[in-house]
Design a protein around this ligand. Structure first.
Ligand code: DGJ
Length: 634
């Protein structure tokens, strides 16, 4: 058993092959963090309470009631609460009638669960009894009736501890959770720097290392998606860290919406790292007996630098997050950069014919196959095949592709509605909006309010109807704008929950379908989406040179088999750069590998000819030019 749960002694310990995590109770009720780091060799936990030095001032509240607040200001609370004397980033803020908001859950019980319980309605890593065990610690607060269940799963063969929290209203009145984060970790002094992965559209996942200073620092998203701007990941690292050496304390969020990942350095220069759903625009109503489940945080410690961290995440995601192995992925050709919206069946079959000759296995029809879609300004939401472009429909096209020996894949953007669509004309209120002003357009489109059951059901019917209408073996699920004009503080999270239900239905009802998620490239490349789709389009930037840093940052956390990467034509449509075909091939091979070009213009001879021009005939954009592009997602 890799967990010690000793309520009598008031100490708890989780072990993974090379790490240990220890907590203990002060005054028999306040759960505090004691240790996370290299695996402890000594057995037992007698020392755990001495670790804080609570024999020195300030004493614990029981010993020194005069200075209770000083204790909370200093104590490394495992799940800190707002408005209680713990003045750092907290995890829990509860509001009751008349705005009362102090809540101080005390230790109530603990138990060990074999394996890992599922998370209600949320994606999460999984494991059987042989893989992991779970420690559940329950805290409760009498005045508010709040019960907090803290879940820690320790893997037996991987240096991973996952964390999540369930908050229950065990009292008699209504409660609102204004903040319900998933994890807090107190960091040792050795971690002076912070690593995040940030960027923008077409520039995702750039690694940033900063020195940690007083106050808060971190990364976050309030866009309703995990976002191009910040991967839901944070690590505290020792300043000397590199691929082989140095310490890393990392957290990665299994969630696809708003998030907050922060490190705070306090007046004593101690550092605390927290992660969870972003509290801005978040509030969750809990009636008596109801509960709220936070998403999961994956936590790992490495004493072997970033390389060890990466290998741990890869092994975890390959073995305990991706639910279907999907061994060899088909080599695909996507028509996006070959034609954009300018195609018909004949043109597609020409490109597909070349693709088949070159040994490709799957033809993916991207945006533009449905009515009212000559550009990206209309048609979303209706999903009726454009018979002018495709006179034989999707089934007819699939049949012709099959005759060429190709499987058929299709693009959809199910979460969206264009104002110029039948759906919007019939149900304008189905778009997310406050009702007080016209919601903000982005790419000329609005977001459907999936938090409404009738909207979720409509979207499902359109997806299922389309997938049943032809032999479709691959679906590219796209999402091309952030959420704005939300009408309630629960909406953003309810939206994500509905998104997960829809993806789950696809997985259940189309078990052989290869699902690739996409969000204008890597706008929702996160472990939550990876639970449903084994691959995610990594960036709209297909320039091989720029892809090097984008894919390198992405691969810091995700296995290469998940990273959507294609060989595209030259000059590159985003960077304007000419790159040898060989280089483009190698970069795409460090991902799922496919093509996104016009086979006519890049026939084998053409493609290979280009490889002799190993220089830029088009000047690539400078970083400043690139950054000054509009940030609109395309
Ligand atoms: C954004 C995606 O990232 C692209 O690959 C492409 O599918 C377009 N959307 C289509 O509108």
């Amino acid at each position: 058993m890799n967990i010690i749960c000793d309520a009598g002694q008031g100490a708890f310990r989780l072990d993974t092959p090379c790490t240990s995590y220890v907590m203990a109770l002060a005054d028999g009720k306040w759960l505090g963090h004691v240790y996370y780091g290299p695996r402890l060799t000594a057995e037992g936990l007698d020392w755990a309470h001495d670790y804080w030095g609570i024999d020195q001032r300030p004493y614990t509240p029981d010993q020194f009631p005069r200075e209770e607040a000083a204790f909370f200001d200093r104590f490394p609370m495992e799940y800190p609460m707002a408005n209680t004397g713990d003045f750092q980033e907290c995890c829990l803020a509860v509001r009751r009638g008349a705005g009362l908001s102090d809540c101080m859950p005390e230790f109530a019980s603990c138990e060990i669960l074999p394996g890992k319980p599922k998370l209600d309605g949320l994606p999460a890593t999984f494991g059987e009894e042989a893989d992991c065990n779970t420690l559940k610690i329950t805290l409760s607060d009498r005045p508010t009736g709040v019960v907090v269940e803290l879940y820690y799963t320790a893997f037996t063969r991987l240096d991973v501890i996952t964390r999540s929290v369930r908050i229950i209203n065990g009292g008699g009145g209504t409660l609102w959770l204004d903040r319900a984060l998933s994890a807090c970790l107190h960091l040792p002094d050795t971690t002076g720097s912070m690593l995040t992965l940030s960027g923008s559209w077409a520039r995702e996942c750039g690694a940033q290392v900063r020195e940690i200073g007083p106050g808060t620092q971190g990364i976050a998203s309030c866009r309703g998606i995990s976002s191009h701007q910040g991967q839901p990941f944070i690590a505290a690292v020792s300043p000397d860290v590199n691929q082989e050496r140095g310490e890393v304390y990392a957290m990665h969020f299994v969630y696809s919406g708003n998030f907050l990942a922060r490190i705070e350095q306090d007046q004593f220069d101690r550092r605390r790292m927290v992660m969870g759903i972003h509290p801005e625009s978040f509030s969750w109503k809990l009636e008596p007996g109801e509960s709220f489940q936070t998403p999961e945080v994956v936590m790992t410690y490495s004493a072997g630098g970033l390389g060890k961290m990466t290998r741990t995440f890869h092994d975890l995601y390959r073995g305990h997050l991706l639910r279907r192995p999907y061994g060899k992925r088909p080599v695909l050709l996507n028509n996006r950069e070959a034609t954009y919206f300018d195609f018909d069946e004949a043109r597609l079959l020409e490109i597909a014919g070349k693709a088949a000759e070159l040994g490709m296995e799957l033809f993916v029809l991207d945006d533009g196959w449905f009515e009212n879609r000559p550009t990206d300004s209309g048609g979303l939401g209706d999903w009726t095949v454009d018979r002018q472009k495709l006179p034989h429909g999707l089934a007819g096209l699939a049949e012709r592709l099959q005759a060429l020996g190709l499987q058929f894949g299709l693009w959809m953007e199910p979460e969206m509605v264009s104002m110029d669509s039948r759906l919007y004309r019939e149900h304008p209120d189905w778009a997310i909006q406050t009702g007080e002003r016209r919601p903000m357009l982005c790419r000329d489109q609005l977001v459907l309010d999936l938090s409404r059951p009738e909207v979720e059901e409509y979207v499902w019917q359109r997806i299922a109807g389309t997938l049943h209408s032809a032999p479709i073996s691959y679906l590219k699920w796209d999402m091309n704008r952030p959420l704005t004009n939300l009408g309630s503080a629960e909406q953003a999270h309810r939206y994500v929950l509905a998104l997960y239900r829809l993806q789950q239905r696809i997985v259940d009802q189309f078990p052989d379908l290869l699902l690739e998620n996409c969000c204008s490239g890597g706008g929702r490349f996160d472990p939550g989406m990876l639970y449903y789709s084994p691959q995610i389009w990594c960036s709209d930037d297909t320039d091989a040179v720029e892809r090097l840093s984008i894919q390198q940052g992405t691969a810091m956390l995700y296995p290469l088999s998940c990273i959507g990467a294609h060989v595209s034509g030259c000059p590159n449509h985003i960077a304007g750069r000419m790159t040898p075909f060989h280089t483009r091939g190698i970069v795409a091979m460090a991902g799922t590998f496919g093509y996104e070009l016009d086979g006519d213009r890049s026939s084998p001879t053409g493609i290979f000819k280009e490889s002799w021009y190993g220089f830029c005939v088009c000047k690539p954009m400078t970083r400043t030019q690139k950054d000054s592009r509009p940030s609109r997602m395309v």
